[in-house]
Design a binder for this molecule. Sequence first.
Ligand code: 1CP
Length: 393
Amino acid sequence: TGTNASGAHHFPGMRNDLILRAARGQQTERAPVWVMRQAGRYLPEFRKLRESHDFFTCCRTPSLATEITLQPIRRYSGLLDAAIIFSDILVIPQAMGLTVEMLPSKGPHFPAPLETPKDVARLHKRVDVHKELGYVFDAITMTRRELAGEVPLIGFCGAPWTLMAYMIEGGGSKGFEKAKRWLYDYPEESKELLQRIADVCVDFLVGQVKAGAQLLQVFDSWAGELSPAHFRTFSLPYLRSIASSVKDRLACSSTQCVPMICFAKGALGHSLSDVAKAGYDVVALDWTVEPAQARKVVDAAMPGSAPSKGAGANEAGHRVALQGNMDPSVLYASKEAIEVEVEKMLRSRKGGFGGEGAYIANLGHGITPGVDPEHLRAYLKAIHRYSREINAE
Ligand code: 1CP
């Protein structure tokens, strides 16, 4: 049947668990690597499939979502250390009752975004994630089976602030003025909305783990649009409560706890130490942060530097791991330049990420549509080569 007596799935054993060990703060023989947006538009096989299927149809059809998730794993066979389930952060606003379309070459579009707090009444009072987002859970379970233990599977969701920003702007935006105006004009109503989104995030992430996700990432892609004070008021508390609620809920249901990654893009210049203390196992860094500096700040931030736990330990008792952080634009440069940048990231004179453990290699944001897939291959190979070299020194 594929499920055991307690209703949990059983999947083939893992043949590569590097990323799970690194996420739990351990030293690994080389740095595991995956890339945000690795399943997507830069891949010709994805674009081909999209010619005959609408974007959200791909998300809602488990066999298509599984196929797209596996495309980069197949193409870069042996080079990627994780798969990320093909979906989008905007499935939560849909589940809450808003219509979201994906317009060709324009991106996400909400025909009727939230204009004033009165519009919040249009959202469903209670969201049953099994009913609204069960297709994501089915895609995760199917993908875990197909992966057959080759690499772990990452589940994800958007963070409350980033999702609220889309729900009010009605799509992508340069300055997020409408959403930021809410924070000044309607702070209490904003907090209520953020809390409602956070509650759905928790149910959704817990459901993903029960379906087979082995690692979770929360994407606060537009955290950097907020002032430091607004980040602390309107983003950080919800990031924190998502981590603690997901961990509590998974412990109660005795599903094994999975490591969680927090990506608060653009907010780490002012809030890295707060994010390090937010209850996540891994802090994802964008490219504006210096690797060695980040390691120092994160280790210093943790109250768990008690000798039993060691520097940088979190509630789970292990060192907070880092993920990142090459500028995705480097992938437009020559393969030689890519190798140079990878080596710098892992081993610079100022100290890189290499050799330290508790580290997952990635870009500082998603790979962009115009990148030559062979340049991504050069990046992945360089990570393997330099991190092995540095670890052996
Ligand atoms: O036409 C198409 O095929 C649409 C392209 C596309 C793809 C491939 C979109 C539209 N979303 C996705 C998939 C996607 N989105 C994944 C899949 C797994 C992966 O390979 O990583 C993930 C994790 C996301 C998450 C996502 N969606 C984020 C957070 C990550 C990030 O890059 O910051 C955000 C901000 C979105 C919104 C979104 N969806 C799609 C676009 C073009 C956008 C951004 C629009 C904007 O600029 O605001």
